[in-house]
Design a protein around this ligand. Structure first.
Ligand code: BTN
Length: 244
């Protein structure tokens, strides 16, 4: 895959979208920036990452083998590819995927993913998979008490370009699984990697404190839980908060 390296941009997702709108990109491409001035997070949040210390990049792809309805497969595949990278670097730490696509080390967030899609009819026209992984940043703003980065676990600095090359290899492996329609494999790996899967835990669901156990994810990517009162819940991201 081609890699476009930028010293700085507003957001690699925005940059990637511009390339697509200009009709310049026709095959899988990675846009990476050593610094972002307006990094975007999920649910209209800002993604903060100190320049030259972290990986911030977006992968443009054209998954014409998926329908728009099955686009959560991309969330699973992308989360697993980042999970694979961290597992390779951190042999003894607990890495997990907090639904839908945050990557945690123990209870702290080390990476996030923002996927943007263009749909035409039932088909995915293009997809931008934006990924931020905290690597060598040692301190975070006080409003992000739950953030961590790789350096806190490896003890030494990592080389960003080397890590990105390794990541691209792992991404391509997972993408090939998806292309070959290995949905069962991706699904079981995702559930195995999932934070708090099968463990009764505390959540806030529609403003109420509950104890529930994650049982899975439905085909649209909604979280499936069983409450301690034996009620089944299927919910979207806006409806539920994990209590960490
Ligand atoms: C989240 O967890 O809220 C998602 C964060 C996604 C951040 C990455 S950094 C590279 C790409 N460009 C952006 O503006 N956002 C994504």
């Amino acid at each position: 895959m081609e890699i476009i390296r930028l010293k700085e941009t507003t957001s690699t997702n925005t940059y990637a979208k511009r390339l697509l709108e200009d009709g310049i990109i026709k095959s899988q491409t990675c846009v990476m920036a050593y610094g972002q001035t307006h990094g975007k997070g999920m649910q209209k949040n800002i993604w903060e990452a100190e320049a030259n210390k972290n990986l911030t990049f977006s992968i443009i792809c054209f998954p014409d083998f998926l329908t728009a309805a099955s686009q959560f497969e991309l969330n699973k595949m992308a989360s697993l590819s980042v999970y694979d990278l961290l597992k390779k670097k951190l042999l003894n730490e607990k890495v997990s995927i907090k639904w839908p696509n945050d990557i945690l080390i123990e209870n702290k967030k080390v990476a996030g993913i923002l996927i943007e899609t263009s749909v035409i009819g039932q088909k995915l026209n293009w997809v931008i998979i934006g990924i931020g992984i905290n690597i060598n940043q040692e301190e975070f703003q006080p409003h992000l008490p739950n953030a961590t980065s790789l350096i806190h676990h490896t003890g030494n600095e990592l080389i960003l370009d080397e890590l990105l090359n390794l990541y691209i290899r792992l991404f391509e492996e997972r993408y090939t699984q998806l292309q070959k329609q290995k949905f069962n494999k991706i699904n079981s790996d995702y559930l195995n990697a999932m934070f708090r899967f099968g463990i009764p835990s505390k959540f806030i669901y529609r403003q109420n404190n509950i104890i529930a156990t994650i049982e899975g994810v439905n085909e649209y990517g909604w979280l499936q839980l069983m409450t301690s009162a034996k009620e089944r819940i299927e919910c979207e991201i806006k409806e539920i908060v994990f209590i960490l």
